[in-house]
Design a protein around this ligand. Structure first.
Ligand code: LMR
Length: 333
């Protein structure tokens, strides 16, 4: 009898889970589920599926399963369905085609750590930065963290000296012109590659090194095909949660309000996931016996800052001089 009840309950649950919701949201991302973005996407799906059951159903597609890298932006802009929407959280470094102002987030040594990033992301200046996206049909829903970045390389020695340690070496970068200028300023050769191709490119020596957050390095095993990781915290890797304006505005307002509430909750959790991953994934890498982790000395760090100063000057006009002033005022330096 007990077994019969159990089978009945399980069948009912299965039927319930498959009930077609009025709206479907496909959440596409490129990283592993066990990263700050992956965890936040799964939590978003869980909360929406619980609280808006029958109205909205969220399905998550990690690891570039649905769209590779920047392709998702085009997919969001092209989608015309009012019932099925796409949400994504591409890295801020992948938006240059749609907004020059967002390039500010890529500037090397702009942020003195993750608290600085949050100061900016939580300030009114953040909406000045994302405003240009509206004209491109994209609605910005929030900023999510991955973390501050480290540099890794397959070489005799770790990346410390500028430009000597970068000379003649190729570095994978995202599709960011700021990153491109930064690698040149450091003395290396940048190569834009989709995230999905990084592990193979490192393993086969197509590129010598890369820059990324601890969770991305660990979850994609980059440390297994690299010799050194230098703790540089030179720039931020974070995301902008986006959806199509048309899909978003077409949702009933009570659904939009509930989704906004859930996003606020998930954004707080995402920062916790990122802080935890920073510590745990760095530790796991250090214990793994693959790449060795080294710190920059204060003196070395100064030379990195000095060498990359020109990048902000180079992009000041594109980002907007007034906007840059506001950003520095917000950060207090
Ligand atoms: C990368 O391409 O290195 C990152 O943007 C991947 C990600 O989404 O964290």
């Amino acid at each position: 009898m007990k077994l019969l009840m159990k089978v009945l309950v399980l069948s009912l649950l299965a039927i319930f889970a498959n009930v077609q919701a009025e709206y479907v949201i496909k959440f596409s991302h490129v990283v592993a589920p066990k990263t700050p973005k992956g965890q936040a996407a799964d939590l978003f799906a869980k909360l929406v599926n619980e609280r808006l059951a029958g109205k909205v159903k969220v399905e998550v597609f990690p690891n570039s399963q649905l769209f590779n890298d920047n392709k998702v932006m085009e997919a969001i802009r092209m989608s015309s369905s009012t019932k099925t929407g796409i949400i994504a959280a591409p890295s801020l470094s992948k938006f240059v085609k749609f907004s020059r102002t967002i390039q500010a987030f890529d500037l090397p040594f702009l942020f003195n750590g993750i608290d600085d990033v949050h100061k900016l992301a939580d300030s009114p200046v953040a909406s000045d930065i994302t405003k240009p996206l509206e004209r491109k049909g994209l609605k910005a829903l929030g900023f999510w963290d991955s973390g501050m970045k480290a540099f890794s390389i397959k070489a005799e020695s770790a990346l410390r000296k500028i430009p000597d340690d970068f000379k003649g070496k190729k570095f994978r970068i995202q599709t960011s012109n700021v990153h491109e200028a930064m690698i040149h300023a450091l003395g290396g050769n940048p190569q834009k590659l989709p995230f999905k191709e990084v592990y193979t490119a490192l393993g086969q020596g197509v590129v010598d090194g890369q820059e990324n957050s601890w969770s991305n390095i660990y979850s994609k095993k980059f440390h297994e095909v690299q010799d050194w990781i230098t703790v540089t915290n030179h720039a931020y890797l974070g995301y902008l949660l986006i959806v199509s304006n048309d899909f978003w505005n077409g949702l009933p307002s009570e659904i939009r309000i509930e989704l906004e509430k859930i996003i606020k909750e998930v954004t707080i959790k995402n920062r916790e996931f990122a802080a935890a991953a920073d510590a745990a994934d760095r530790q796991a890498i250090e214990k793994s016996g693959f790449a060795k982790v080294v710190e920059l000395t204060e003196e070395e760090r100064k030379t990195w800052v000095e060498a990359t100063k020109q990048v902000e000057e180079k992009f000041a006009k594109q980002i907007g001089k007034n906007l840059l002033i506001k950003i520095h005022q917000t950060l207090g330096h």
